[in-house]
Design a protein around this ligand. Structure first.
Ligand code: GLY
Length: 267
């Protein structure tokens, strides 16, 4: 029997815009994107989310917003509150209104306000710490604003400078409760003290983005060497092909916002 939204994890997604070929690109050259294939890949990604216990909440399509599939950047959802961001790329700021409306059904809403900028892709939660990338997208004001909003709920914010990649979660993601997958070229070695590191294969510099769900991680087919490293360290890998989304400088965490439904809050 399918789980109800109250019981399941919620995964917020949005379909691929037909304009995705005009997406923001910072560290990648523009290459042709097959939008039909991108849509098929996104549908397979959504099926993977469902098979790992998520109840999908699909945002209304936003055909004019090229990057709107990358919903992660628009909010940080904690058990107590959802913080709607002010994305660093001006072209992405119109994505947040519909996200705030949907999330308001699940959480009290707070917002990051100008001149602050913050992308959800820069926020990595580990227990009660939010590591936040000081990147081209998230400024000091955004990081301080987030810290002030979440402090009353017992969260600590730690800024981490990011170099050579788009977001903190291009450099590091959680793959097990105390273990992170890292590209050490993109963040300082003293970052994320106390956590166990698994390094990406050097041939796969963009391989540090994995999406943990239950006992598995969703992981891109384009990074087989790092996938093998994960398996060797006991991480169960669910491979999805997201080649067309990767051409838009997206990755597996970017395409969803995942949080506990009301009846199943996570610690
Ligand atoms: N194309 C994803 C981003 O730059 O936000």
């Amino acid at each position: 029997m399918p789980s109800s939204p109250q019981q399941a994890r919620i995964a917020v997604t949005r379909s691929v815009s037909p304009a995705m070929a005009c997406c923001e690109l910072t560290h990648l050259p523009r290459t042709p994107i097959d939008i039909s294939l991108a849509r098929e890949q996104h549908a397979a990604y959504e099926r993977a989310l469902e098979s790992l216990g998520c109840h999908l909440e699909r945002l209304p399509e936003a055909p004019a917003l090229a990057d709107s599939v990358f919903v992660e950047d628009t909010a940080i959802v904690l058990d107590e509150i959802a913080v709607v961001t002010r994305p660093g790329a001006p072209s992405r700021r119109a994505e947040t209104d519909s996200v705030a409306r949907l999330l308001g059904r699940y959480r009290p809403i707070a917002e990051i306000a100008a001149p602050a900028t913050l992308d959800g892709g820069d926020v990595l939660r580990v227990n009660r710490t939010l590591y936040v990338g000081r990147s081209g997208r998230s400024n000091r004001c955004g990081i301080e604003g987030l810290a002030a909003l979440v402090a009353p709920f017992g969260y600590r914010v730690e800024a981490i400078p990011v170099h050579g990649c788009l977001h903190l979660k291009s450099a590091v993601t959680l793959v097990a409760p105390e273990t992170v997958l890292v590209n050490p070229e993109y963040i300082a070695p003293e970052s994320l003290r106390g956590l166990e590191w698994i390094e990406v294969d050097p041939a796969e510099p963009l391989g540090a983005n994995a999406l943990p769900l239950g006992d598995e991680v969703i992981y891109p087919a384009s990074k087989p060497r790092t996938a093998e490293r994960l398996r060797r360290r006991g991480v169960q890998v669910r491979v999805v092909d997201v080649s067309e989304l990767e051409k838009a400088e997206g990755a597996v965490t970017c395409c969803s916002l995942i949080f506990a439904g009301d009846g199943a809050r996570e610690s």
